[in-house]
Structures are given as structure tokens and as C-alpha cells.
Design a protein around this ligand. Structure first.
Ligand code: FAD
Ligand code: NAD
Length: 472
């Protein structure tokens, strides 16, 4: 579905890509009074995140966790259920329903904000006679738009390893693993990063034997060391068969199954493979060369201050530029670039972008890790507090994990907060907010936290920075 652009009328802002970066940039630009168009090649809006990322994965994580709970944990509450069964088709249908309602919601928002929507492949096509950037739309209704400003928000796709013969079915990436029609008997996951752990957990909960092969010395490289150590222990206990220090060199389909090869190991046979070793930016066919726009050695569009590329009037945001590949980071940049275009000022606080892994328990962090502080020679004090004595955690029956706060040794300013435990994906927002306001650990400790809540663990960790936790 496309709106027809009015002939020869230049747009103030043309956004290519309607993921969390692009559609948010378009909405904010329209709110600020710009005549705005948004080009998306997929029929459904919302990008990777809504169609094949954040949303469908969280729907399946939630459903699969309910399945485990009904089988193994409800009895602890004195709730006896029998005949618990899996209807995978229904689970997938529910997931699709959630995706559809949200992607339809974005279409509604574009309409409401009077944004011209074009369906097709967008690409830069040089500079027009009017001196404005030309953007071509290749699709059922080809068009060429003139734009005062262009925002590239084309996102990312699965990165493929050499030696892995992807057939995008038995050997696939996250998109395929979100829609398998049956529970694999044996799934091999390559990579114990965020996707490997989230989707590995889904299929393990639904009954698959899951083997995870990871190159690094533990799961989630780059996250806080103590959190990674605890995560490793918990996921092993849950039944994920994890192997570290393993470099996968090949995978191929053989008959009805697959064979995975790794350095110094016997080949592993399995019935499905999920490749989850990172994502690469989408810049192919984007016409970057028509305006001399450079990419870095990882293929990301190079931007300077205010997301500006080397071509005048062309900006880039989200997964296609540097920084964490996260939906909320892309959204922040979408708002910031639109505000910059309108006011000359747009800001993202990169020191306070939270990251959440939606496993059970959840893992969340914001700011610097202990390892990063040590490497940068920044003096810090640390306060940690476990969930085990917390009343709400006991009521939930989820007491494994802790909150750790790192504060500057002299100023007490919070530099990093790292959590593993129940619902920490929600708890981390308090820490991100505190850091955005340049709070000290004492500031957090002095806030009255409701009782009984999981948030009390954050307060206790803040007290622990000063050696005065109350409940352990
Ligand atoms: P995208 O969402 O990738 O959107 C880019 C859009 O541009 C796409 O719709 C694409 O079709 C379109 N496009 C590309 N090229 C063109 C072109 N030339 N013309 C027209 N259209 C084009 N992040 C989180 O923060 N939380 C999560 O829980 C989370 N879970 C995830 C789970 C999975 C399985 C995956 C794969 C990712 C997950 N992410 C999560 C990451 C998140 O999806 C991305 O960081 C986010 O979508 C990036 O937004 P974006 O707008 O930059 O790009
Ligand atoms: P990732 O970077 O999180 O993890 C990739 C893992 O693969 C790393 O641990 C790496 O050491 C390992 N690896 C690389 N080469 C290997 C090899 N040859 N053999 C074995 N292991 C190897 O990437 P991902 O899990 O694919 O996720 C991609 C992006 O999507 C991430 O940047 C993430 O931010 C985003 N994402 C976010 C969420 C969330 O916020 N909850 C969820 C899913 C995805």
C-alpha cells in the first residue's frame, strides 16, 4: 500500500526504513511540522523489531515460560494442573496476532501524523537540478522524491559465517527460529549472545535438546563478568548444553538433519541450527555511492555529529550506524535527528542506554561494567545485593540473582548498574533514570522504595555501596 506523493513537491524529510528508528523519526519530524515521507520495502511496518525481532521473540518467551510454569512450578503454589500440553500452532498464532496488531498500529500512527507512506525499495539517487537529494522508490509504483533532508534507517540483517551453508530453513537465523512448525528434537545454536540465549531458551522450554556453541569463554561477551558467571550457572542448570571456547567452522544440511563442525570436536548431528553470531547493517542497493557516503570496516554508515553522513542533508540512525543494536537506541536517535533538523539541537545520552536479555531470570545492565572501569582506571565502589532475602522475590518463587551498583569512589556518581534476577528488565529503568539525572548511589538509597517490591533490592545495593545494606 502506498500513498501517492504530490507531483514535484519536495519533502522536508524522507525517511528510508520504517523500523523503530525510521518510523519514530518520521513521526517526530511530522509532529515538528515537516512534510514527511517514509519508505519501507516490507508490506508491514515496524522493522525487524516488530516483525521478526523484539516483539515475536518476547511473545514466544512469555508463552514458553508459561508452559514451563504450568508443568513444573504451579504445584509449588498449591495449584495442581494435569494434562498440560503444547499447542505450538496456537502459540505461533498468538505471536502473529501480537505482531499484526502492533504493525497495524504503526500504519495508523503514520496516517494520523499525515506522513506519506511509500512501499518499495528506497535508494539515494544523487542530487537533483533543484539542489535537493533525490530518493528513488523501486516497487509496484516507482517514484522519485526530492528531499531537503534524508534519514537512512535501514537497520540490519543476520550476519552469516563462512562455512555455514544457510538454507534458511533447517539452518536459519532468528527469523526462521521464530516460526518453526515443530519443536526440534535437537537444536544447535551457534553463538551464546542475546539471540542465542533468548531463542535457545524458547525451544529448550518447549522440549528441544539445545546445544549452544560459543566462541568466547562464557555467554554474553561484553556484559558484566559476575553477571555472566551467574548466567552461565543458571542456564546450565536449566538444561542448556553450553560449550565455550568453541569456534564453529561449518554447518550443512544432510538428509533430514544437519551436521555442525567446530575446531577440535567431533561433528554434531542435529535437526535444526540457529545461527546467532551478530547482525550486519543493511546498506546494499542504498545508493550510498551516488553521494559518496562512506561505511566503516564493519559496513556501518559513518556519521559525525547529529547523525550527519558525509553528504549534505543526509543522516543515518539505528542499527545501520555504530552503537548497540537496540530498538530503544534507534528510537532515541530517531527523535534526536528530527529535533536536530527542527531546532539545531538533538541529544541521546549514550551513557544511559539500558540493555535487557529476556531470559528467565532476566539480565539487565546500564552504564559501565566493572571490567570497563578497571580498564579505564576509574576508581569505583561497588554495592551488591541478592534477591534471596527479598519478600516479593520469595512470593514470586524467583530468588536467584542480584543487583550490583558501581559508583565513582570519590563523587559517588552511579557509573553502572548490572542485574540478573526476576523482572530486572523492568527494574533497570530506575537505574537508567538515576544515571540520566547524574544520581549518586546515595540518591538511590534515599528514595523511599515501596514494600514489598523487587525494587527494594536496588535500594539495598545502593546502601551496600556505602557498606550499610539493611537486610543481609
Ligand atoms: P530495523 O528495525 O531493522 O528496520 C529497518 C527497516 O528498513 C526494515 O523494516 C527494512 O525492511 C527496511 N529497509 C531496509 N532497507 C530498505 C530500503 N532500501 N528501502 C526501504 N526499506 C528498507 N532490540 C531491543 O531493544 N530489544 C529486544 O528485545 C530485541 N529483540 C530482538 C530479537 C531479535 C530476534 C532480533 C533479530 C533483534 C532484536 N532486537 C531487540 C534488535 C532490534 O530489533 C533492532 O535494534 C531494531 O529493530 C533496530 O531498528 P532500526 O529502525 O534501526 O532497524
Ligand atoms: P551477539 O553479538 O549478541 O552475540 C553473538 C555471539 O556469537 C557472541 O557471543 C560471539 O562471541 C559469538 N560468535 C561469533 N562468532 C562465533 C563462532 N564462529 N562460533 C561460535 N560463536 C561465535 O549477536 P546476536 O545474538 O546475533 O544478536 C544480534 C543483535 O541483536 C545484538 O546486537 C543485540 O543487541 C540485538 N538483540 C537484542 C535483544 C535484546 O535487546 N533483548 C534480543 C535479540 C537481539
Amino acid at each position: 500500500m502506498s500513498d501517492t506523493p504530490a507531483e514535484n513537491q519536495p519533502f522536508d524529510v524522507v525517511v528510508i526504513g520504517a523500523g523503530p528508528g525510521g518510523y519514530v523519526a518520521a513521526i517526530r519530524a511530522a509532529q515538528l511540522g515537516f512534510r514527511t515521507a517514509c519508505i519501507e520495502k516490507e508490506p508491514r511496518l515496524g522493522g525487524t523489531c516488530l516483525r521478526v525481532g523484539c516483539i515475536p521473540s518476547k511473545a514466544l518467551l512469555e508463552s514458553s515460560e508459561r508452559y514451563v510454569e504450568a508443568q513444573h512450578h504451579l504445584a509449588d503454589h498449591g495449584v495442581n494442573v494435569s494434562g498440560v500440553g503444547l499447542d505450538l500452532a496456537k502459540m505461533m498464532q498468538r505471536k502473529e496476532g501480537i505482531v499484526t496488531s502492533l504493525t497495524d498500529g504503526i500504519a495508523f500512527l503514520l496516517k494520523k501524523n499525515k506522513i506519506t507512506r511509500l512501499t518499495g525499495h528506497g535508494r539515494l539517487a544523487g542530487t537533483g537540478a533543484d539542489g535537493l537529494t533525490q530518493v528513488a522508490v523501486d516497487g509496484d509504483t516507482p517514484a522519485t522524491l526530492s528531499a531537503r533532508h534524508v534519514v537512512l534507517a535501514t537497520g540490519s540483517q543476520v550476519a552469516v559465517l563462512p562455512g555455514i551453508d544457510m538454507d534458511w530453513d533447517r539452518i536459519g537465523g532468528s527469523t526462521e527460529a521464530l516460526s518453526w512448525p515443530e519443536v526440534p528434537e535437537h537444536l544447535v545454536v551457534i553463538g551464546a549472545g542475546v539471540i542465542g540465549l533468548e531463542l535457545g531458551s524458547v525451544w529448550q522450554r518447549l522440549g528441544a535438546k539445545v546445544t549452544v556453541l560459543e566462541y568466547a569463554d562464557g555467554p554474553l561477551p561484553g556484559m558484566d563478568g559476575e553477571v555472566r558467571k551467574r548466567a552461565k550457572r543458571i542456564f546450565k542448570k536449566q538444561g542448556l548444553d553450553m560449550h565455550f571456547g568453541v569456534r564453529v567452522t561449518g554447518a550443512r544440511v544432510e538428509g533430514d538433519g544437519c551436521v555442525v563442525e567446530a575446531d577440535g570436536r567431533e561433528p554434531i548431528t542435529c535437526d535444526r541450527v540457529l545461527l546467532a553470531v551478530g547482525r550486519k547493517p543493511n546498506t546494499e542497493g542504498l545508493g550510498l555511492d551516488t553521494l559518496g557516503i562512506q561505511t566503516d570496516k564493519r559496513g556501518r554508515i559513518e556519521v559525525g555529529a547529529h547523525f550527519a553522513t558525509s553528504a549534505a542533508g543526509v543522516y543515518a540512525i539505528g542499527d545501520v550506524i555504530q552503537g548497540p543494536m537496540l530498538a530503544h537506541k534507534a528510537e532515541e536517535e530517531g527523535v534526536a535527528v528530527a529535533e536536530y533538523l527542527a531546532t539545531g539541537y538533538g541529544h541521546v545520552d549514550y551513557d544511559a542506554i539500558p540493555g535487557v536479555v529476556y531470559t528467565e531470570p532476566e539480565i539487565a545492565s546500564v552504564g559501565k561494567t566493572e571490567e570497563e572501569l578497571k580498564a579505564a582506571d576509574i576508581p569505583y565502589r561497588k554495592g551488591s545485593f541478592p534477591f534471596s532475602p527479598n519478600g516479593r522475590a520469595k512470593a514470586l518463587g524467583a530468588t536467584d540473582g542480584f543487583v550490583k551498583i558501581l559508583a565513582h569512589a570519590e563523587t559517588d556518581r552511579v557509573l553502572g548498574v548490572h542485574m540478573i534476577g526476576p523482572r530486572v528488565g523492568e527494574l533497570i529503568v530506575e537505574a537508567a533514570m538515576a544515571m540520566s539525572f547524574s544520581a549518586s548511589s546515595e540518591d538511590i538509597a534515599r528514595v523511599c522504595h515501596a514494600h514489598p517490591t523487587l525494587h527494594e533490592v536496588t535500594k539495598e545495593a545502593a546502601l551496600a555501596v556505602d557498606g550499610r545494606a539493611l537486610h543481609n
